[in-house]
Design a protein around this ligand. Sequence first.
Ligand code: CTP
Ligand code: CA
Length: 229
Amino acid sequence: AVVSLPQRVLTGRHVIVTSGPTHEPIDSVRYIANRSSGAQGSAIAAALRDLGARVSFVTGPAEVPPPEGVEVIPVETAREMREAVEDALPADAAVMAAAVADWHVVNARQGKIKKDGSGALPDLQFAENPDILAWISRLPQGRPGLVVGFAAETDHVLENATAKRARKGCDWILANDVSPATGIMGGTENAVTLISAEGAESWPRLSKAEVARRLAARLADALNARNNP
Ligand code: CTP
Ligand code: CA
Protein backbone atom coordinates (compact mmCIF):
# COMPACT_ATOMS: atom_id res chain seq x y z
CA ALA A 1 0.00 0.00 0.00
CA VAL A 2 1.10 3.54 -0.61
CA VAL A 3 1.43 5.36 2.66
CA SER A 4 1.59 9.13 2.40
CA LEU A 5 3.35 10.50 5.40
CA PRO A 6 3.08 14.19 6.23
CA GLN A 7 6.12 15.85 4.74
CA ARG A 8 8.05 18.62 6.39
CA VAL A 9 7.91 20.79 3.35
CA LEU A 10 6.11 23.99 2.60
CA THR A 11 6.71 24.23 -1.13
CA GLY A 12 3.83 26.08 -2.76
CA ARG A 13 2.59 27.45 0.58
CA HIS A 14 2.28 31.12 1.40
CA VAL A 15 2.87 32.16 5.01
CA ILE A 16 2.51 35.67 6.45
CA VAL A 17 4.82 36.49 9.36
CA THR A 18 4.59 39.68 11.42
CA SER A 19 7.65 40.70 13.36
CA GLY A 20 9.37 43.39 15.36
CA PRO A 21 7.93 46.21 17.39
CA THR A 22 5.63 48.87 16.04
CA HIS A 23 6.32 52.56 16.52
CA GLU A 24 3.42 54.81 17.37
CA PRO A 25 4.13 58.50 16.78
CA ILE A 26 3.69 61.12 19.48
CA ASP A 27 4.86 63.90 17.21
CA SER A 28 7.18 64.13 14.20
CA VAL A 29 10.27 63.25 16.24
CA ARG A 30 8.98 61.01 19.04
CA TYR A 31 7.27 57.66 19.23
CA ILE A 32 6.13 54.93 21.60
CA ALA A 33 7.93 51.63 21.13
CA ASN A 34 8.79 48.40 22.95
CA ARG A 35 11.83 46.18 23.49
CA SER A 36 11.17 43.65 20.72
CA SER A 37 14.30 43.11 18.59
CA GLY A 38 12.52 41.18 15.84
CA ALA A 39 14.91 38.25 16.35
CA GLN A 40 12.25 35.57 16.82
CA GLY A 41 10.15 36.76 13.90
CA SER A 42 13.16 36.90 11.58
CA ALA A 43 14.18 33.40 12.61
CA ILE A 44 10.66 32.09 11.96
CA ALA A 45 10.57 33.66 8.50
CA ALA A 46 13.97 32.12 7.70
CA ALA A 47 12.89 28.68 8.91
CA LEU A 48 9.69 28.78 6.84
CA ARG A 49 11.70 29.88 3.82
CA ASP A 50 14.10 26.99 4.39
CA LEU A 51 11.16 24.58 4.16
CA GLY A 52 10.20 26.09 0.82
CA ALA A 53 7.41 28.48 1.82
CA ARG A 54 6.81 31.81 0.14
CA VAL A 55 7.00 34.21 3.07
CA SER A 56 5.46 37.68 3.35
CA PHE A 57 7.42 39.28 6.17
CA VAL A 58 5.55 42.26 7.58
CA THR A 59 7.97 43.93 9.94
CA GLY A 60 8.03 46.96 12.19
CA PRO A 61 11.30 48.83 12.78
CA ALA A 62 13.35 45.91 14.13
CA GLU A 63 16.99 45.73 15.24
CA VAL A 64 17.59 42.34 13.66
CA PRO A 65 17.64 42.51 9.85
CA PRO A 66 15.05 40.56 7.85
CA PRO A 67 16.18 37.27 6.32
CA GLU A 68 17.14 36.96 2.67
CA GLY A 69 14.73 35.28 0.34
CA VAL A 70 11.47 36.56 1.83
CA GLU A 71 9.22 39.39 0.71
CA VAL A 72 9.90 42.19 3.21
CA ILE A 73 7.03 44.61 3.82
CA PRO A 74 8.27 47.31 6.20
CA VAL A 75 5.71 49.16 8.33
CA GLU A 76 5.85 51.51 11.25
CA THR A 77 2.54 51.49 13.11
CA ALA A 78 0.06 48.79 14.12
CA ARG A 79 -2.51 50.25 11.78
CA GLU A 80 -0.07 50.01 8.87
CA MET A 81 0.80 46.46 9.92
CA ARG A 82 -2.84 45.38 9.82
CA GLU A 83 -3.27 46.83 6.35
CA ALA A 84 -0.08 45.20 5.08
CA VAL A 85 -1.25 41.84 6.42
CA GLU A 86 -4.59 42.29 4.71
CA ASP A 87 -2.84 43.15 1.44
CA ALA A 88 -0.69 40.01 1.74
CA LEU A 89 -3.71 37.68 1.96
CA PRO A 90 -4.59 35.00 0.95
CA ALA A 91 -2.22 32.77 2.88
CA ASP A 92 -2.08 29.16 4.02
CA ALA A 93 -0.83 30.19 7.44
CA ALA A 94 -0.05 33.27 9.48
CA VAL A 95 2.43 33.62 12.34
CA MET A 96 1.99 36.79 14.36
CA ALA A 97 5.33 37.27 16.06
CA ALA A 98 5.22 41.07 16.18
CA ALA A 99 5.17 42.92 19.47
CA VAL A 100 2.36 45.19 18.33
CA ALA A 101 1.90 48.34 20.39
CA ASP A 102 -1.45 48.15 22.13
CA TRP A 103 -2.25 51.85 21.81
CA HIS A 104 -1.57 54.77 19.53
CA VAL A 105 -1.69 58.47 20.25
CA VAL A 106 -4.84 59.93 18.72
CA ASN A 107 -3.65 63.51 18.95
CA ALA A 108 -0.17 62.92 17.52
CA ARG A 109 1.19 66.21 16.22
CA GLN A 110 2.81 67.35 13.05
CA GLY A 111 6.10 68.92 14.04
CA LYS A 112 7.65 68.76 17.49
CA ILE A 113 5.74 69.31 20.70
CA LYS A 114 7.54 72.13 22.56
CA LYS A 115 7.66 72.87 26.25
CA ASP A 116 5.83 76.13 26.72
CA GLY A 117 7.82 77.15 29.78
CA SER A 118 4.93 76.83 32.20
CA GLY A 119 5.65 73.21 33.16
CA ALA A 120 2.41 72.07 31.49
CA LEU A 121 2.56 68.43 30.39
CA PRO A 122 1.53 67.22 26.95
CA ASP A 123 -2.03 65.94 26.92
CA LEU A 124 -1.59 62.68 25.02
CA GLN A 125 -4.77 60.81 24.23
CA PHE A 126 -4.67 57.12 23.42
CA ALA A 127 -6.83 54.74 21.44
CA GLU A 128 -6.50 50.99 21.21
CA ASN A 129 -4.78 49.59 18.14
CA PRO A 130 -6.41 46.99 15.92
CA ASP A 131 -5.71 43.47 17.19
CA ILE A 132 -4.24 41.92 14.06
CA LEU A 133 -4.16 38.39 15.46
CA ALA A 134 -7.79 38.48 16.61
CA TRP A 135 -8.87 40.08 13.34
CA ILE A 136 -7.20 37.48 11.09
CA SER A 137 -8.32 34.60 13.33
CA ARG A 138 -11.95 35.61 12.94
CA LEU A 139 -11.98 36.55 9.27
CA PRO A 140 -15.29 35.27 7.95
CA GLN A 141 -13.73 34.71 4.54
CA GLY A 142 -10.16 33.97 3.59
CA ARG A 143 -8.91 33.06 7.05
CA PRO A 144 -5.52 31.32 6.76
CA GLY A 145 -5.89 27.62 7.57
CA LEU A 146 -3.50 27.89 10.49
CA VAL A 147 -3.09 31.01 12.62
CA VAL A 148 -0.34 31.17 15.22
CA GLY A 149 0.12 33.86 17.84
CA PHE A 150 2.54 34.58 20.63
CA ALA A 151 1.62 35.44 24.18
CA ALA A 152 4.22 37.62 25.82
CA GLU A 153 3.55 37.40 29.54
CA THR A 154 5.34 38.31 32.72
CA ASP A 155 2.98 36.59 35.20
CA HIS A 156 0.70 33.52 35.20
CA VAL A 157 2.15 32.70 31.78
CA LEU A 158 0.19 29.54 30.90
CA GLU A 159 -3.08 30.70 32.35
CA ASN A 160 -2.94 34.04 30.56
CA ALA A 161 -1.77 32.48 27.30
CA THR A 162 -4.53 29.86 27.32
CA ALA A 163 -7.12 32.57 27.87
CA LYS A 164 -5.52 34.66 25.13
CA ARG A 165 -5.76 31.80 22.63
CA ALA A 166 -9.47 31.44 23.33
CA ARG A 167 -10.11 35.17 23.26
CA LYS A 168 -8.35 35.74 19.96
CA GLY A 169 -9.52 32.59 18.21
CA CYS A 170 -6.12 31.53 16.87
CA ASP A 171 -5.14 27.88 16.47
CA TRP A 172 -1.84 27.90 18.32
CA ILE A 173 -0.26 30.21 20.82
CA LEU A 174 3.40 30.16 21.72
CA ALA A 175 3.50 31.39 25.29
CA ASN A 176 6.68 32.98 26.51
CA ASP A 177 7.79 34.56 29.73
CA VAL A 178 9.20 37.97 28.91
CA SER A 179 10.05 38.99 32.47
CA PRO A 180 13.28 41.01 32.38
CA ALA A 181 15.06 38.32 34.44
CA THR A 182 14.60 35.74 31.64
CA GLY A 183 16.59 37.88 29.18
CA ILE A 184 14.29 36.65 26.39
CA MET A 185 13.21 40.06 25.16
CA GLY A 186 16.26 41.18 23.17
CA GLY A 187 18.16 37.94 23.83
CA THR A 188 19.12 35.03 21.55
CA GLU A 189 17.15 32.31 23.36
CA ASN A 190 13.49 31.64 23.96
CA ALA A 191 11.52 29.30 26.21
CA VAL A 192 8.03 28.68 24.85
CA THR A 193 5.02 26.52 25.50
CA LEU A 194 2.94 25.59 22.47
CA ILE A 195 -0.74 25.79 23.34
CA SER A 196 -3.21 24.22 20.92
CA ALA A 197 -6.60 22.55 21.06
CA GLU A 198 -4.68 19.41 22.12
CA GLY A 199 -3.20 21.06 25.20
CA ALA A 200 0.08 22.59 26.27
CA GLU A 201 3.55 21.38 25.31
CA SER A 202 6.57 23.03 26.90
CA TRP A 203 9.73 23.20 24.84
CA PRO A 204 13.11 23.47 26.52
CA ARG A 205 14.97 26.77 26.47
CA LEU A 206 16.37 26.88 22.93
CA SER A 207 17.99 29.33 20.59
CA LYS A 208 15.42 31.48 18.77
CA ALA A 209 16.62 29.80 15.56
CA GLU A 210 15.79 26.37 16.99
CA VAL A 211 12.38 27.51 18.25
CA ALA A 212 11.76 28.78 14.73
CA ARG A 213 12.79 25.47 13.11
CA ARG A 214 10.55 23.49 15.44
CA LEU A 215 7.62 25.76 14.79
CA ALA A 216 8.15 25.65 11.01
CA ALA A 217 8.34 21.84 11.09
CA ARG A 218 5.14 21.62 13.17
CA LEU A 219 3.40 24.03 10.87
CA ALA A 220 4.42 21.99 7.82
CA ASP A 221 3.18 18.80 9.49
CA ALA A 222 -0.15 20.39 10.33
CA LEU A 223 -0.76 21.83 6.86
CA ASN A 224 0.33 18.65 5.11
CA ALA A 225 -1.71 16.42 7.42
CA ARG A 226 -4.82 18.34 6.47
CA ASN A 227 -4.13 18.00 2.77
CA ASN A 228 -3.26 14.30 2.98
CA PRO A 229 -5.59 13.00 5.68
N1 CTP B 1 -1.21 41.11 18.54
C1 CTP B 1 -1.68 41.64 17.36
N2 CTP B 1 -2.18 42.91 17.35
C2 CTP B 1 -2.25 43.63 18.47
C3 CTP B 1 -1.78 43.10 19.70
C4 CTP B 1 -1.26 41.82 19.69
O1 CTP B 1 -1.62 40.98 16.33
N3 CTP B 1 -2.77 44.86 18.43
C5 CTP B 1 -0.71 39.74 18.54
C6 CTP B 1 0.78 39.60 18.81
O2 CTP B 1 1.52 39.62 17.60
C7 CTP B 1 0.85 38.24 19.47
C8 CTP B 1 -0.49 38.13 20.19
O3 CTP B 1 -1.36 39.05 19.55
O4 CTP B 1 0.89 37.20 18.53
C9 CTP B 1 -0.47 38.42 21.64
O5 CTP B 1 0.11 39.66 21.90
P1 CTP B 1 0.10 40.18 23.38
O6 CTP B 1 0.68 41.55 23.43
O7 CTP B 1 0.71 39.11 24.25
O8 CTP B 1 -1.47 40.18 23.70
P2 CTP B 1 -2.53 41.33 23.93
O9 CTP B 1 -3.83 40.81 23.44
O10 CTP B 1 -2.07 42.63 23.37
O11 CTP B 1 -2.66 41.39 25.50
P3 CTP B 1 -1.73 42.11 26.61
O12 CTP B 1 -0.62 42.87 25.92
O13 CTP B 1 -2.66 42.99 27.34
O14 CTP B 1 -1.20 40.97 27.44
CA1 CA C 1 -0.07 43.61 23.84
